[in-house]
Design a protein around this ligand. Structure first.
Ligand code: ZN
Length: 467
């Protein structure tokens, strides 16, 4: 493989640095490296930083979301707009309409009859913004034979009829939909590359074999240029021998936002994963689920690499306990910018300081990583960094002013390694993988107004994806 030299970059705040790359790795970093026959990129004084890693997102859901009708704000705000959007949707090859991002402020609780009043002509399924529920209209309910199905997530009226609302049953639902493979990931990969993201952690729980195979294929054939760390690989997956660009991370466990699991059952699950030498990544959104998890971990113990996903509400009195147990928090302040108004309206004022904590965790010594939870939260890391800095709700109100990070601090939380999300940020140094981002300006200038426009090129193993 031929080499590459990036000339006149700013590295770690030092201008005029050259970086040479060979066989996908950085081989030298310094001023005025000797001229070689290698290809050359003039960074023109712009910063060269390691590629960003989004520590929690959902690849296939992002791809599916891109092919969906937006059913919530800011695109759709009331029932008439929702009916209009569904009516105009082209539908997929099987004639189905897929909606996403629904929230009750649009048209209240949706059941089969309510959706049929909006659109009955074609089968419609709408995903709730939380990602935890699907709502089906009459044609869709008939097509998946909802009435004679036995899945516990199927909500039923007192007379036993399904309401059309189906909770946490994605795999079941997929089995009953007209056959179609997992969505292609090239558009998602290209968008992530434009933002400077060279690695992602896919947080989908219990990925089925076809989803895992599709991700591995996309990573292998380059249609998804990012490295992928999987939380949804089965508990017995081997973490020691990463295959190609896809590695296995902690095992994802979801604590439902409504209703809590049995304590013994959760303890058994965590113990089983730990016994296999694997850490856990536990979805914790509510205060109750966090307290329950901490109680269970007192019993079963923690293991290096155990992490809390979201940490949407972290009571101050639990922070010390997080540090003592060595837990990393992988959080998403981007939600404040998207949903802050809902939080301010729906949560007690006493809860507001506990929302998506960042600074108090870091200052207490709790390792913190940033991420998007895309497609449920904003995917652009520069938007998430901005949200971590100003913590403004859409109305402009600041949520938890004591939790604001500087832009530089927020960026480093995207530069930590996939397998150590709260750890030491990666740097541009000889020996490191040449997954790099060239920015249009020195880093201090970029960080005064973080924006994806600052990304000039993203390199994967030394190969520019966009220049
Ligand atoms: Zn998630």
């Amino acid at each position: 493989m031929t080499g590459l030299v990036i000339r006149n970059a700013e590295v770690d705040g030092v201008p005029g640095i050259d970086v040479s790359i060979c066989d996908g790795r950085i081989t030298a970093v310094g001023p005025k490296l000797p001229t070689t026959s290698a290809d050359m990129i003039d960074a023109d004084g712009g910063a060269l930083i390691p590629g960003l890693h989004d520590h929690h997102l959902h690849l296939h859901a992002m791809a599916a979301d891109a092919a969906s009708v937006p059913c919530g704000p800011p695109t759709v705000r009331d029932a008439a707009a929702l009916a209009d959007a569904l009516g105009r949707a082209p539908g997929d090859d099987n004639g189905w309409v897929r909606g996403a991002g629904y929230i009750e402020t649009v048209a209240g609780d949706l059941d089969t009859d309510a959706i049929d009043r909006l659109h009955a002509a074609r089968p419609v399924r709408i995903q709730h913004r939380s990602g935890a529920m699907w709502m089906l209209n009459g044609a869709a309910s008939a097509a998946v034979r909802l009435a004679d199905a036995a899945h516990p997530g199927i909500e039923r009226a007192p007379d036993g009829r399904p309401t059309g609302r189906v909770w946490r049953a994605d795999a079941w639902l997929r089995d009953r939909l007209p056959p179609s493979g997992p969505p292609r990931l090239d558009a998602v990969g290209a968008a992530l590359a434009r933002w400077g993201i060279t690695g992602v952690t896919d947080a989908g729980p219990d990925l089925d074999p076809s989803s895992r195979a599709a991700i591995a294929e996309s990573a292998a054939d380059g249609s998804l240029p990012q490295r992928v760390h999987l939380l949804g690989a089965p508990p017995d997956s081997d973490t020691t021998s990463p295959q190609g660009r896809v590695t296995v991370g902690p095992y994802k466990i979801v604590l439902a936002d409504s209703g809590l699991p049995d304590l013994d059952d959760l303890a058994d699950r965590i113990r089983d994963v730990h016994d296999r030498g694997r850490a856990v990544a536990v979805h914790c959104v509510t205060r109750e689920s966090l307290l329950l998890l901490l109680a269970v971990l007192d019993d079963v113990g923690t293991q290096a690499g155990d992490r809390i996903e979201h940490g949407a509400l972290i009571p101050r009195e639990t922070i010390d306990g997080l540090r003592q147990r060595g837990l990393t928090v992988v959080t998403q302040p981007g939600f404040l910018a998207h949903r802050g108004d809902d939080y301010l309206r729906d949560l007690e004022a006493i809860d507001h300081p506990d929302l998506y904590r960042c600074r108090s965790l870091i200052e207490a010594g709790v390792p913190v990583a940033l991420s998007s939870d895309a497609p449920y939260g904003p995917a652009d890391p520069w938007a998430v960094i901005t949200a971590a800095v100003n913590r403004r709700a859409p109305t402009g109100e600041i949520i938890g002013i004591d939790e604001c990070l500087t832009a530089a601090e927020a960026l480093t939380r995207y530069l930590t390694p996939a397998d150590d999300p709260g750890g030491r940020p990666r740097t541009v140094r000889p020996g490191a993988a040449a997954d790099l981002v060239i920015l249009h300006a020195p880093l201090v200038d970029v960080l005064t107004a973080p924006s994806a426009d600052a990304v000039r090129a993203t390199l994967f193993g030394g190969t520019p994806h966009r220049i």
